[in-house]
Design a protein around this ligand. Sequence first.
Ligand code: NAD
Ligand code: WQD
Length: 354
Amino acid sequence: MAKVLVTGGTGYIGSHTVVELQKKGHEVVIVDNLSNSNIDVLNGIEKITGVYPLFENIDCVDYVGMDRMFEKHRDIDAIIHFAASKAVGESVEKPLMYYRNNLVSLINLLQLMPVHGVKSFVFSSSCTVYGQPDVLPVTEKTPIKPAMSPYGNTKQISEEIIYDTIHANPSYNGIILRYFNPIGAHPSAHIGELPIGTPNNLLPYITQTAMGLRSELKVFGDDYDTPDGSCIRDYINVVDLAKAHVVALKRLLNIKSKQQVEVYNIGTGKGLSVFEIIHTFEKVNNVKVPHTIVGRREGDIEQIWADASRANEILKWKAAESVEDTLKSAWKWEKALKKQRQQKEKEENEASSN
Ligand code: NAD
Ligand code: WQD
């Protein structure tokens, strides 16, 4: 069993990964500055696993704060680094914020690893590094295209920083996971995605529209060169994705040769269109998603899905959940959020009437 630092561990993918790590008996320390998540997530994790994780509210950009954190939580074996800003549109408006947050955080962690004897590093990268590929599905050897946004560029630069750093430090090992489109929530509905403000991603927009929180979903384009005209993505269940981190960690801890970086695509290997997602969501949840077709969204790629056979073969990891069950979990989570809101309102009303 290992002691694992999970940065961004109260976030969407991080929280699901903490659950899977704890289930395997690993000890987890979460560092998160709560810039895009909520402290209540820790209660959700405890409800599932029975273990309230160790938590430090620290900004990974703060080198001294992170150094102190490593002094306090000694003998950390590995880092899984999720903490980053991730909104593509915002990154176009605030590029320096993205470069600073995503790159300085990474550099701090890589600098602190030898200081504190940490040898293993797992990094959250993205299929965004492939842009619109010429050949589908994409393997890890598919050429990287020029980034379409500062956010995407931070992932490309981060990968290069990791390669260079590990190349120069014989005792390091790293795994870069390129996620496709994570969706869904934990089947317990104790944790899930918590978009702040208007969601940018498809699934939270669908669930909020089905709930009546948004009047309609805008489908960005039905004139693409795809069977039904809408864009195609590889939607990966978030618990499956979380499990990929656990097997990546296992591989890093057991690896004999040092100074190595491996890259894996983490997807289902199957592409689904926006319309297929909407219609499947409606069918399995027996709920309507009002939607209209509007123009294409700037920067959207037409279609992409993963060849995940490398992860299947080497990590022995495979996406297991069906899209139907995944879309059910997303809806169950949206309904759980509604209950939470109602409960909060009730408590506020009671407090104001006392
Ligand atoms: P998220 O926003 O839910 O989680 C990120 C967490 O990191 C948040 O809890 C946030 O508060 C925290 N954080 C951000 N900057 C920080 C800092 N400087 N110091 C400490 N904490 C900080 O996002 P997510 O969807 O869980 O994504 C996790 C990682 O996966 C990110 O690196 C993201 O770029 C990457 N990724 C996400 C997707 C996706 O579609 N969700 C796809 C590919 C890659
Ligand atoms: C999916 C599909 C939209 C919203 C983004 C980032 C990428 C990665 C994953 C982090 C597209 C369509 C969406 C809506 C719609 N993140 N859509 N109406 O664009 O594949 O990838 O998240 O690394 O970097 O760019 O995901 O969920 O935004 O969109 O029609 O209101 O749904 O056009 O085809 P995307 P998404």
